[in-house]
Design a protein around this ligand. Sequence first.
Ligand SMILES: [Zn+2]
Ligand SMILES: [Zn+2]
Length: 288
Amino acid sequence: MDEERPDELEKPETRQPDKPEGRAGAGRAFEVSSFIRSMLGSIGWGLKFAGSAVVDLCLPRSCADCQRIGTLPQKSWCGACWSKIPLIGPPLCPGCGRPFMDSPASPDHLCGDCIERSYRFDSARSAALHKGTVRTRVHEFKFGGQLKWAPCLVDLLETAYAAWGLPPPDFIVPVPLHLKRLSQRGFNQAGVLARELGRKIKTPVLVGVLVRKNQTLPQTRLKRNERLKNVKGAFEIAEDRKVRGRRILLIDDVFTTGTTLSECAKVLKRKGGASEVYALTVTRALPD
Ligand SMILES: [Zn+2]
Ligand SMILES: [Zn+2]
């Protein structure tokens, strides 16, 4: 999603990990773990993630929220912090994945936007609501360049993907950034998430097939109609042969109105000939 950088990046939580008696070794292990991780980080991009995967198998991890160290039941999150994440589950819209928080007893049903066929993707899901620690981690990752948060966000993507029951996609495609923004930020947050998810669910990632030809305005402060106009014609297909007849899973960090994902899906289908396009994001921002 194109989201305007917040005026001031939310500060990382400064809560100290609990240090019960007899856990001094865990603290030392974390220092070693952090040192090795930082060494791997300095080697370079590809090695960083490949290396992290190896290190994560061998060394204790710290929870992405409370920073407690140990064997974490949810990979990057301890059980207590995982239970606080506002994960999206039923009842929801089977089309766009919008949760119905105010009517927990109702069955799944289409939302107004899906009844009006507003979206061009076949369906979409998001792992959690765009609030709390997850929102903070998304902002730190995306605007603060804190790539260390990618694994905890991908754990959320993987959980939502597993619960979805989607037929296996042929390819994963990240929502692209315009080259100018890519050079400013140094990385495409959707691309990083897509690569890590692809590795976990053993699905190839296509980068460069869908490209952003126009630099769009940040979507955050635009109304829905303005957003539609803003992203219309912003994307094009560079190599249609790769997606023709294929089932595509689009990846982005945040689903707000779905206009960017819908436009990407439209281009992948109309111009690329993709047979099906699904969209998965870490968080879903609901209008107030
Ligand atoms: Zn925790
Ligand atoms: Zn819907």
